[in-house]
Design a protein around this ligand. Structure first.
Ligand code: VK7
Length: 275
């Protein structure tokens, strides 16, 4: 599924166009192109988030979510994860140089980093005052997700969103942070590590120059550590496995293919050639 989503139709031209003009210009334009890609692939868009007073769920609505069968709630949330990841794939395709990496390395970087970007993007629609997050059109607290059966994971997700929203990151900061979560030469299984490291270096310089220009150097020390994000993503994988044991067959029968490929790949699913 990822392979198909990365086919350089459409998105490819825009990144080739940008890559042609951007390679000869200082990092400010790299920051501009990352910001454009971020804005174009986030949901809701920044304009919709500002000023909009989002409603919170009523007690009845929360009870309705809490009495959803576990499988039903997991399917709903997995669909939303998948939609969010599809937007992260689109973001990656628009990153200067990403589509020029080998398909293998593009998939390796997305498999390792897409969920981290989704979790970081979540803070855009998080309301720190009420500790609620936008979910299906209204603001939801952690208790709404009770029927998922993974209260610690939900609590950790809310803690991350709380911590990130306290940093009051700009869209440019979130865009460059997301790009650096994806373009990470330290990921395992990369074929052309030096090439990823070069692209990562350009993004790192652009991020540091942005922080210096805006006098936000202190942000770097306060961002979630790679270990924190990695721990969250492995907690997530554990919970998906726990859910599958409780409800065998539901994931393979009714979860989106992209979700299964990223988070629930059976050994049987892996194409013979790469086993
Ligand atoms: N199924 C799910 C699942 C789904 C989601 C998250 C975690 C899980 C799991 F952690 C679970 F369920 F265990 F909590 C899981 F499954 F991953 F393990 C966190 C990111 C959330 N999310 C977003 O916030 C996106 C961010 C990107 C944004 C954009 O595209 O710009 C759109 C909204 C996508 C799905 C969503 S969610 O909204 O369903 C949600 C679910 C539980 C929760 F406590 C808070 C939110």
């Amino acid at each position: 599924v990822l392979h198909g989503a990365l086919s350089p139709v459409g998105g490819g031209t825009c990144s080739v166009l940008l890559s042609h003009c951007v390679t000869r210009v200082p990092s400010e334009l790299l920051t501009q192109s990352v910001l454009l890609s971020h804005r174009a692939t986030c949901h809701p868009r920044a304009e919709e988030l500002q000023g909009h007073r989002w409603a919170t769920f009523t007690r009845e609505e929360i009870c309705a979510y809490q009495s959803q069968p576990m499988a039903e709630m997991w399917q709903r949330c997995a669909r939303r994860v998948t939609e969010a990841i599809e937007r992260v794939v689109e973001f990656a395709k628009r990153l200067r140089g990403f589509l020029e990496l080998s398909q293998h390395d593009q998939i390796v970087l997305l498999k390792a980093g897409a969920m981290e970007v989704v979790l970081v993007r979540m803070c855009r629609a998080f309301d720190a005052a009420t500790r609620t997050v936008l979910f299906e059109g209204k603001l939801a607290g952690p208790e709404l997700f009770r029927s998922l059966g993974c209260p610690e994971l939900v609590a950790s997700i809310f803690d991350l969103a709380q911590g990130l929203s306290a940093l009051r990151c700009s869209e440019s900061e979130l865009g460059l942070l997301s790009a650096l979560l994806l373009v990470n030469a330290g990921r395992p299984w990369l074929q052309d590590r030096p090439r990823v490291a070069r692209l990562q270096g350009h993004l790192d310089v652009a991020f540091r120059l942005l922080l210096r220009r805006t006098r936000r150097e202190g942000l770097l020390a306060r961002l979630p550590s790679p270990g924190q994000l990695r721990a969250l993503c492995s907690q997530h994988l554990e919970q998906v496995q726990a859910f599958r044991r409780l409800h065998p067959g539901v994931v393979s029968a009714s979860f989106p293919p992209l979700y299964r490929e990223l988070f629930a790949a059976d050994p049987a699913d892996v194409p013979a050639g790469t086993r």
